[in-house]
Design a protein around this ligand. Structure first.
Ligand SMILES: Cc1cc2nc3c(=O)[nH]c(=O)nc-3n(C[C@H](O)[C@H](O)[C@H](O)COP(=O)(O)OP(=O)(O)OC[C@H]3O[C@@H](n4cnc5c(N)ncnc54)[C@H](O)[C@@H]3O)c2cc1C
Length: 547
């Protein structure tokens, strides 16, 4: 039988250690719980676990007075077991100690710990357990051993396999992945009679096997998300896009009794859904993964009664009496009394033909946190100089042997947040190349090398993956000409988020002049519904006067 994943706690204070040991017994059925006073002994144990490839779920360490300090042990844990969740244990009120506060902030900024944990005080201490449970949930979600609800068997380098895994991860669907030619992959294929398959196969909880499914098939059968409307009818508001702005609009619209439809072409969460950790969104002091935030918002809107239509594009908008007809890919048309455009932005492309040929096979636009593990020990490049590129580089550095951040400009100071600059500077395996551009790529079926150019000339370097995060563009070309845009295609609105077409509103990143952040997108999504209501009320009274 394989070894249970470890929960390790270290505290030299005997009383505190006894309480921690007692509280952690709650997890002893599914985890091996080890508690002790010595940081050096803990390090030995973690080193030997690393050597035999054993799983470590959580490490909790008090600062202490030993030669190896708690925060230094946690830094070593980060290196030895990058997937383990790590927290610095502090006594109640310990945050008021200047030195402790500084140790927590520094360790968090450098990514050495996930958070701090208050040592258990009462028995049971549910506040302590809330943190432990959250850390275990996050660990399980990213490190699920054994069987999962959905199993994907595909070539790890195939673009279609990547697309399917990305769709599941972005929509928060627990799944396991096996390579087509791995022992596990072959066993799963045999179990569903698909031996020898060379295309992606997805096994569903009811035993059904989908062979080479498209995103819509997977969404419909695999994730049970709505991809068709049973009863199109008329909606008070149709929201285009399920990023943070669209999701917030959905929650507020439905909670205020409006009949709301959200149409999303890819996955819920939009750009935010691809963020491994959003640290500046109010209320999430440890940060929150974009996928988790999106899932919560989706469920919140769903509970209030929002209808979602996923893996469908809105392709047209046409005035119709006092409302609009919204055309959706697949031939559906719905009546909308008002429309909220929340399409966000899409990544700009690097116009290099060799990269287009390798997209999904080592070349990725944006970064998918769930894919990072695939690049354990690999040589990874990230292009871009803004926060999104910095976050991707930091996240990938937990797995990759080396991450090279390629930046066209001469400095990162003006484009990246200070906390990310510090985190990158603290990573030995992240290398920043300023004033450098990618000019070519090569590979047979998957990316193998990249050519980089700087002031001193061009070099070709071995590369396993390239993540491109070089700014964004608004995709608004499908809208009618009378919806005003600025020179870059962003939608022009008044202070009420109304566009130049009555009853059509624009919010979030797609809006000209908006602050490109999760919180501002959510804020605009929440506020716009009040404007939508005023508009609907005014047209209703107009209707009443006309009739
Ligand atoms: C990697 C990364 C990390 C980030 N980290 C942070 C962070 O830490 N903190 C922070 O504040 N901000 C962060 N941001 C920025 C933040 O994610 C965005 O500002 C925010 O997501 C904008 O929300 P939005 O809803 O306006 O648009 P988006 O998130 O872009 O969502 C728009 C949605 O609309 C869909 N869509 C577009 N066109 C159509 C159509 N025609 N039909 C149907 N659907 C359509 C898209 O598929 C998408 O899902 C990050 C961005 C990235 C890329």
């Amino acid at each position: 039988m394989s070894e249970l994943p470890l929960i390790l706690a270290v505290d030299e204070d005997p009383e505190a250690l006894e309480r921690i040991t007692g509280e952690l017994q709650r997890y002893a059925r599914d985890y091996r719980v080890v508690c002790g006073p010595s940081t050096a002994a803990a390090l030995n144990q973690l080193e030997s676990m690393r050597e035999r490839g054993a799983a470590v779920a959580i490490v909790l360490v008090a600062r202490g007075t030993q030669e190896l300090k708690g925060e230094d042990l946690l830094r070593r844990v980060h290196e030895l077991h990058p997937h383990a969740k790590r927290a610095l244990l502090i006594p109640w009120g310990g945050w008021a100690n200047q030195e402790t506060a500084e140790a927590i902030r520094t360790a968090m900024a450098l990514g050495h710990i996930d958070y701090y944990a208050l040592k258990p005080w009462s028995v049971p201490d549910e506040l302590f357990h809330r943190l432990v449970s959250e850390l275990l949930h996050e660990w399980r979600r990213a490190n699920a051993p054994g069987r999962r609800e959905i199993t994907v068997i595909a070539d790890p380098w195939s673009p279609s396999g990547y697309e399917l895994r990305n769709l599941l991860a972005r929509n928060g669907v627990p799944h396991a992945f096996h390579a087509l030619d791995s022992d596990e992959g072959r066993q799963f294929l045999a179990s569903c009679g698909k031996e020898g398959a060379r295309v992606p196969v997805v096994l569903l909880p009811d035993g059904m096997a989908l062979v080479d499914p498209g995103p819509a098939d997977l969404a419909q059968h695999g994730t049970r998300m709505t991809t068709e409307l049973d009863d199109p009818g008329a909606f008070d508001v149709v929201v285009v896009g399920a990023g943070p702005a669209g999701l917030a609009a959905a929650v507020y619209a439905s909670s205020e009794g409006l009949r709301a439809l959200v149409v999303e072409r890819e996955s819920i969460g939009g750009q935010a859904g691809s963020s491994a950790r959003i640290r500046n969104y109010l209320g999430f002091s440890r940060g929150v993964s974009g996928a988790e935030l999106a899932q919560r918002a989706y469920q919140q809107a769903w509970v209030f009664g929002t209808t979602f239509l996923l893996t469908r594009d809105v392709t047209g908008l046409c005035p119709d009496g006092a409302g609009h007809v919204v055309t959706i890919s697949g031939g559906t048309e719905v009546e909308a009394r008002s429309v909220v455009l929340a399409m966000g932005v899409s990544y700009r492309r690097l116009e290099i033909p060799a990269l287009a040929a390798l997209e999904g096979a080592g070349v990725f636009y944006g970064s998918s946190p769930s894919e990072a593990r695939q690049f354990t020990g690999a040589r990874v490049f990230v292009v871009g100089g803004a926060n999104s590129a910095g976050q991707a580089a930091v996240h990938l550095s937990r797995y990759a042997a080396k991450v090279t951040l390629v930046v066209r400009g001469p400095s990162l100071a003006a484009t990246m947040s200070q906390y990310l600059l510090e985190e990158i500077a603290g990573k030995d395996n992240v290398d920043v190349r300023l004033s450098t551009e990618i000019v070519d790529a090569a590979g047979d079926g998957r990316l193998e090398s990249l050519t980089l150019r700087d002031e001193s000339g061009s070099t070709t370097e071995a590369a396993d993956a390239l993540f491109i995060l070089i700014g964004a563009q608004a995709r608004t070309e499908w809208l009618p000409a009378d919806v005003e845009r600025d020179a870059r295609g962003f939608l022009v609105t008044g202070s009420d988020y109304g566009t130049t077409v009555p009853g059509v509103f624009a919010i979030g990143d797609v809006r000209a002049g908006s602050v490109k952040r999760v919180a501002s997108a959510v804020g605009e999504g929440s506020v716009v519904i009040q404007r939508v209501r005023s508009y609907l009320e005014s047209t209703a009274s107009l209707d009443a006067r006309v009739s």
